[in-house]
Design a protein around this ligand. Structure first.
Ligand code: SAM
Length: 410
């Protein structure tokens, strides 16, 4: 076997499992248990180690979009309504780091994590690893080692376009996704991802039946896409852009999910970022396990789910110690089964209400997120059915990652 090696390479590390604390449950009132999902904040290696007892051999699809070894730090855009063509005016905050002391460190990082993903995958499961020219050549050899070279199903090229400062080489406008299956028995729903034939193909078949080497395809049904895909990048998709760096388009994840998973199955993304995989999984009736190391990422996903009014239960687990929640600069009042914020709410991105807080786990029954375009954060949320002597708790998050908590007598 050909194997990639590097100074200091060692067998995949299995760290001590993360100690995960259930912090809140989004939509505890949701009734469909087949859609319950989990969101984790922590280092994905320790989180995956913690998931092994419950999830080993049970995850149907994993999409992995790790840092690409660009040796850059990525900022998040937190302003609203700024001119996209004037980056000097954008309001920025820390996004995530893709800076490494060496290629060896990066390769061991990937090797450890891809090995655990392989263990979590169901026997019929599929992994998509998304990278670009910086490290994809190495990663393919890692995947050959972990999955077996004969388990490579596809090398997908995702092409896009956009401005580029490069004048000394061709513009680098594609990413590579390696698709590996755990066994020869895997899910591939060809009919779920068909696309229309090219107009020229349709014209050719209309003029001669011989065009398909004796076979006439079912032109109305459409074709299974090639292994190169064009989808616009999120910078061009104003309705999707959360400001989180390197966010991937929903259409890309939609094709992956529809092809390689079925409704009710579990889809995981341990480099979840803004949560595109989880969001698309939710939209298509899949359950998800999503993990990211940063609170910004986790919160970006919670806000996206709140904007979509996604109706299933989602448990939020955190590895980190309990956050310090401050008294806010705004005040809250209860009035006719509604809680309303007044005062300085300008910095808020997301807030949520537990109408009967038990002091431990926050049951988030209603949420409001600042819209992606415009500035109008909803300032009232319903409390639901009235209960005697309840403790109403509300939590809020700002774009600068401050967390507030207020407890009111109901
Ligand atoms: C390329 S971005 C993912 C973008 C995502 N696919 C989206 O559509 O928004 C990589 C993400 O991996 C996260 N990350 C990096 N190292 C991690 C680790 N060890 N554990 C968990 N998350 C990590 C970063 O915080 C970042 O959000």
């Amino acid at each position: 076997m050909i194997e990639l090696t590097w100074p200091g390479k060692h067998p995949p590390t299995l760290p001590a499992p993360a100690v995960l604390r259930l912090e809140s449950i989004l939509h505890p009132q949701a009734e469909d248990p087949t859609l319950t999902s989990n969101l984790y904040q922590g280092d994905n290696l320790a989180v995956m180690a913690a998931l092994l007892p419950e999830w080993e051999n049970r995850v149907h699809l994993i999409y992995a979009d790790p840092p690409f070894f660009t040796n850059r730090n990525f900022n998040a855009r937190i302003g609203r309504g700024e001119d996209s063509r004037k980056p000097q005016n954008w309001r920025l905050a820390t996004g995530y780091a893709d800076a490494w002391d060496s290629l060896e460190t990066y390769l061991q990082f990937l090797y450890d994590r891809l090995s655990l993903m392989h263990r979590l995958l169901a026997p019929t499961g599929t992994l998509y690893l998304h990278l670009d020219w910086h490290a994809n050549a190495y990663a393919r050899l890692l995947l050959d080692e972990i999955f077996g070279a004969d388990r490579l199903l596809n090398e997908i090229i995702w092409t896009y376009h956009g401005p580029s400062p490069i004048r000394s080489a061709f513009n680098r406008k594609h990413d590579t996704l390696y698709v590996y299956t755990k066994s020869a028995d895997y899910t591939f729903n060809a009919d779920a991802v068909r696309i229309p034939y090219n107009v020229n193909t349709l014209k050719t078949f209309a003029s001669t039946q011989k065009a398909g080497f004796g076979k006439t395809p079912n032109l109305e049904r459409g074709k299974v896409p090639e292994d190169w895909w064009y989808f616009p990048v999120v910078a061009r998709l104003h309705g999707e852009r959360t400001g989180y760096p390197t966010q991937k388009p929903e259409a890309l994840l939609e094709r992956i999910l529809l092809a390689s998973s079925n409704p009710g199955e579990v889809v995981a993304d341990f480099f979840s970022g803004s949560g595109t995989t989880a969001l698309v999984a939710a939209q298509h009736g899949r359950r998800f396990l999503a993990c990211d190391a940063t609170f910004r990422a986790v919160n970006t996903l919670r806000a996206r789910l709140a904007r979509e009014s996604y109706p299933a239960q989602i448990s939020l687990w955190r590895e980190a110690p309990k956050p310090e929640r401050k008294a806010p600069p705004f005040s809250a009042q209860i009035n006719a089964e509604t809680v309303t914020l007044t005062g300085d709410t300008a910095a808020l991105e997301f807030w949520e209400v537990d109408p009967d807080f038990n002091g431990e786990i926050f049951h988030s029954r209603a949420q409001a997120a600042r819209p992606l375009r415009g500035d109008s954060l909803p300032l009232s949320l319903p409390l639901g059915e009235k209960k005697p002597a309840r403790r109403v708790c509300l939590r809020a998050v700002t774009a600068n990652e401050e967390e507030y908590q207020v407890i009111l007598a109901g």
